[in-house]
Design a protein around this ligand. Structure first.
Ligand code: SAH
Ligand code: SF4
Ligand code: F3S
Length: 469
């Protein structure tokens, strides 16, 4: 990335230094307390939000807080929200509502509302009017300012509303408190420029901003040194990454050069930028997992155009044919939306056709949800909810059949998996992932967590595999 671009997208070092000084100040106050203050962070939405929550926890730990998973104990209770669909929004609001009880029991509790919904004016207004127990609101673009906002909320004893006044910038060097010891998220870019007509993300996350290759490589190296075995590069469209002369394929090649036994994953990729060069790099980099999550959203060309996706069904299928040509065992997963305004039965049948042709390992099916401010929100919709539900079920049934068939191909095979955690299941106490990212319920000792092992697959369902270590 050139110097000029750098200074445009990076939060200035002086501003970050100020936040560090505030963190020191808050920690000094925390340390004078008899009991350590407790912070609770509840996360909704995608991995990007998970990664942001790890930064919030990192800053809280830096400020002398202990992390609790019980909101009743919390001095600071944070809800990091998602705005992608209405039901996500309703769930968040339900849980924010429930915090009135914890706040009543502990009037000093600070309830914080952040994440993507905090960048939607209608939602902020709702919180302002009807959720008076919320004491601090800030959008995703202001995460780096959290220490200052927290301090103000604590000492000013009034509600603080930070608005989305800029495009969202890259802040390097924020402390991170990671949840796991095996898998780590590594954000490589923020925001989205695509404005798919149904989607709220570009409005709440701002324009695409890529981190510098150097900063990414430094973080990747430190994750490997810390023993992480599975590193997932994150961005709304990771493959649109633009770090100066380096495109995403190039970045993969450079991370692949880091010494160590680890896997590189990435999500999400946009079909329009899924280039031959990307699949070539994937095939040549031995640490890059053989998996791509490549949402197609719809199978009909008119709907794809209305959605502003930038490809046709044929072009999408061509991309995945190229992927399979370079990487014959690649696992391809996808997202699809059912019930885009005005989508006819015939047009929906094109989605079924694409799914039949593509043969995804797994697919996330979503019912279209109208989002305020998006282009599609203005469209007339004459398809009933019942009809959409019928189509939704048809699609889920078709994909389940395909997933199960694909999973059956693993039975009897011995595959290398990474054991990434324990499960509360007496028979299969371990969780693992194949190189292609399929979930394996595994027999074996807890000491295997964090290791690559050979697993013999015994049976499956449409979502996961079962095996013996
Ligand atoms: N940036 C990624 C994914 C973003 S959101 C991409 O472009 O692929 C994750 C998924 O939510 C999308 O792939 C889409 O299938 C779904 N989604 C987004 N907006 C939606 C809406 N308004 N209604 C229903 N599903 C939606
Ligand atoms: Fe939303 Fe489209 Fe951007 Fe994905 S690419 S985040 S679906 S606008
Ligand atoms: Fe939701 Fe924001 Fe992610 S809207 S899906 S949390 S980018």
């Amino acid at each position: 990335m050139s110097k000029r671009e750098d200074s445009n997208v990076q939060v200035h070092e002086n501003d970050l230094q100020q936040q560090r000084l505030i963190m020191d100040r808050v920690r000094e106050v925390s340390e004078t307390r008899q009991e350590k203050p407790q912070a609770y962070v509840d996360t909704y939405g995608c991995q990007q939000n998970e990664a942001d929550s790890e930064k919030l926890r990192g800053m809280l730990v830096e400020m002398g807080y202990d992390i609790t998973y019980d909101e009743n104990e919390a001095d600071v209770a944070i809800v990091n929200t998602c705005a992608i669909r209405e039901n996500a929004e309703n769930r968040v609001l339900g849980n924010i509502g429930a915090l009135t009880h914890t706040k009543k029991a502990n009037p000093n509790q600070l309830v914080v509302f952040c994440g993507c919904l905090a960048a939607v004016p209608e939602s902020v207004e709702k919180i302002e009017q009807s959720y008076k127990h919320v004491g601090l609101i800030f959008p995703p673009s202001k995460i780096w300012k959290f220490p200052e906002l927290l301090l103000r909320a604590l000492i000013e004893k009034k509600r603080i509303f930070e608005s989305d006044s800029d495009e969202g910038m890259i802040a390097e060097g924020l402390p991170t408190h990671r949840d796991g010891t095996v898998k780590a998220w590594l954000t490589i870019m923020n925001g989205c420029n695509n404005f798919c007509s149904y989607c709220i993300v570009p409005y709440v996350r701002g324009r695409e901003r890529s981190r510098s290759v150097d900063a990414i490589l430094e973080e990747a190296c430190s994750l490997v040194a810390l023993g992480y075995k599975d590193i997932t590069l994150l961005g709304q469209n990771v493959n649109s990454f633009a770090g100066g002369e380096n495109d995403f394929a190039n970045l993969l090649r450079q991370i692949n050069e880091i010494e160590g036994d680890f896997l590189i994953r990435f999500m999400t990729s946009h079909p329009k930028d899924a280039s031959r060069e990307l699949f070539k790099a994937m095939s040549e980099c031995e640490k890059v997992a053989h998996h791509i999550h490549l949402p197609f959203q719809a199978g009909n060309d008119r709907i794809l155009k209305l959605m502003n996706r930038g490809y046709t069904q044929e072009e999408y299928l061509e991309k995945i044919a190229i992927a399979r040509e370079f990487i014959p065992d690649i696992v391809i997963t996808s997202d699809v939306i059912v019930g885009y305004p005005g989508e006819t039965e015939e047009e929906f049948n094109d989605t079924l056709e694409l799914v039949e042709k593509a043969q995804f390992e797994a697919m996330f099916t979503f019912l279209y949800s109208k989002r305020p401010g998006t282009a599609a929100a203005k469209l007339h919709d004459d398809v009933s909810r019942e009809e959409k539900q019928v189509r939704f079920q048809k699609l889920v049934d078709l994909q389940n059949e395909i997933s199960e068939r694909k999973h059956e191909e693993y039975i009897g095979e011995v595959v290398r998996v990474l054991v990434d955690g324990e499960a509360k299941d007496a028979e299969y106490p371990l969780k693992a992932r194949t190189n292609g990212g399929r979930l394996v319920h595994l027999t074996g000792e807890p000491s295997l967590v964090g290791n690559f092992v050979e697993a013999k697959i015994s049976h499956c369902n449409n979502w996961s595999l079962f095996g013996d270590s």
